[in-house]
Ligand binder design. Structure first.
Ligand code: NAD
Length: 330
C-alpha cells in the first residue's frame, strides 16, 4: 500500500481526479490517498492558498498528484503551482506529448517530450511598478539551474532511449540570460552519443507546427516550456490529453498540463485523460510499470475504438462514462 498526497484542486480538478482514482484502483494498485486542499477555497480559513499542511503532506509522502488550481489573472495571490514547484525545488517539468491512434488530428506520429526548467526564468515573481509609467519583471537564469535541467534532459533521453535532444532559447536577443542557457546546453551535449541541436524559440514554434515528428526531447527555460507544451498539446488533440511530472531531488508532483477550465467545471464533461496519464507517469516513478502499461493500453483501446469520447475530442461521453470505459479494458 502506497501513501500519496492528492490535491483535488478546483474547477474541473475534483471531477478529473475522481476519475483518475477510479482507474488507478481498477489497475490494482493500492493507494492510501492523503487528500489535502489548496487554492481559493482555503484562503478564508488559512489566509493563504497554500497552507503548510499541503507542503508537510508532500514532504512526508514524497509524492503527490494534483488537480489544477485557479490563479487570478493580474491581481490576487501568486500561483500555488509556481509556489509548490519552488518550495519543493521541483526543478524539472516533464511533459510528454504523444499522438493516440483514433483521435482525429492533423498529425499522426508526434512523440516528443518537453523538459521545462521549473524554478527560475520569467517565473521568479520579482516584479515592480515604475510609477504609473510601466512595470518591470526580473528574469533570472543561473548556471546551476541550467546545468541541472540539461543534465536531467540528457539523462531522460538516455534512459528512455530517445534519439535526439534539442535546446530551445532566445539567445539572439537575450544574450546574457538565454546566452548562458545556450552555453551550458552546448557544453553539456558536446560529444554525446545522441543527436543534439538547438533552436531559437520562435523557429521552434514554427517547426513544431510544420514537422513535429522531427522532434524528440526538447529542453528549455521556464516560459518557453510553458508556451510550447500548450502548442504541442494542440498537435495531438488538445490540453485534455497531456500529462506532466514536476521532479526534484527529493519530491515529485504529478499534474495535468491543463488548468482549471472554469467554463466547463461541475458539468461532468471534462476529459480526465491528462490526469490519468499523469498517474501513469507517477506509477512508473514508483516502479508500478505493469499497472502503468495496462492503463496506457486501455486508453489506447478506448481511443482506437472511438465510441466513448469526451466532448473536447468530438464525442458526447461524460467524464465518468469515459473513466468507466477505460476500466472496462483493465
Ligand atoms: P485551461 O487549461 O483551464 O483551459 C484552456 C482550454 O482548454 C479551455 O477551453 C478549457 O475548457 C479546455 N480544457 C482544459 N482542460 C480540459 C479538459 N481536461 N477537458 C476538456 N477541455 C479542457 O487554461 P486557462 O483557461 O488559461 O486557465 C484557467 C485557470 O487555470 C487559470 O486560473 C490558470 O491560472 C489556471 N491554470 C492552472 C494550472 C495548474 O494548476 N497547473 C495550469 C494552467 C492554468
Amino acid at each position: 500500500m502506497y501513501k500519496i498526497t492528492l490535491i483535488p484542486g478546483d474547477g474541473i480538478g475534483p471531477e478529473v481526479t475522481a476519475a483518475m482514482k477510479k482507474v488507478v484502483a481498477k489497475a490494482g494498485v493500492e493507494i492510501d490517498w492523503e487528500e489535502v486542499n489548496a487554492g481559493m477555497e482555503v484562503i478564508d480559513e488559512y489566509n493563504t492558498p497554500l497552507p503548510d499542511y499541503v507542503i508537510d503532506s508532500i514532504k512526508k509522502n514524497k509524492i503527490a498528484i494534483k488537480g489544477p488550481i485557479t490563479t487570478p489573472v493580474g491581481k490576487g495571490f501568486r500561483s500555488v503551482n509556481v509556489a509548490l514547484r519552488k518550495t519543493l525545488d521541483l526543478y524539472a517539468n516533464v511533459r510528454p506529448v504523444k499522438s493516440f491512434k483514433g483521435i482525429k488530428n492533423r498529425y499522426e506520429d508526434v512523440d516528443l517530450v518537453i523538459v521545462r526548467e521549473n524554478t527560475e526564468g520569467c517565473y521568479t515573481g520579482i516584479e515592480h511598478k515604475i510609477g504609473d509609467y510601466g512595470a518591470e519583471t526580473i528574469k533570472i537564469i543561473t548556471r546551476p539551474a541550467c546545468e541541472r535541467i540539461v543534465d536531467f534532459a540528457v539523462d531522460y533521453a538516455k534512459k528512455n532511449e530517445r534519439k535526439k535532444i534539442t535546446g530551445v532559447h532566445k539567445a539572439n536577443i537575450m544574450k546574457l540570460t538565454d546566452g548562458l542557457f545556450l552555453d551550458v546546453y552546448r557544453e553539456k551535449v558536446e560529444g554525446l552519443d545522441i543527436e543534439a541541436d538547438d533552436l531559437i524559440v520562435d523557429a521552434a514554434a514554427m517547426n513544431l507546427v510544420l514537422n513535429p515528428e522531427k522532434y524528440d526531447v526538447m529542453v528549455m527555460p521556464n516560459l518557453y516550456g510553458d508556451i510550447l507544451s500548450d502548442l504541442c498539446s494542440g498537435l495531438v488533440g488538445g490540453l485534455g490529453l497531456i500529462p506532466s511530472a514536476n521532479i526534484g531531488k527529493d519530491y515529485a508532483v504529478f499534474e495535468a498540463v491543463h488548468g482549471s477550465a472554469p467554463q466547463i467545471a461541475g458539468q461532468n464533461i471534462a476529459n480526465p485523460t491528462a490526469i490519468i496519464q499523469s498517474a501513469v507517469m507517477m506509477l512508473r516513478y514508483i516502479g508500478e510499470n505493469d499497472a502503468a502499461d495496462r492503463i496506457t493500453n486501455a486508453l489506447e483501446k478506448v481511443f482506437e475504438d472511438g465510441k466513448v469520447l469526451t466532448v473536447d475530442l468530438g464525442g458526447d461521453a461524460s467524464t465518468d462514462k469515459f473513466a468507466d470505459e477505460i476500466c472496462k479494458y483493465l
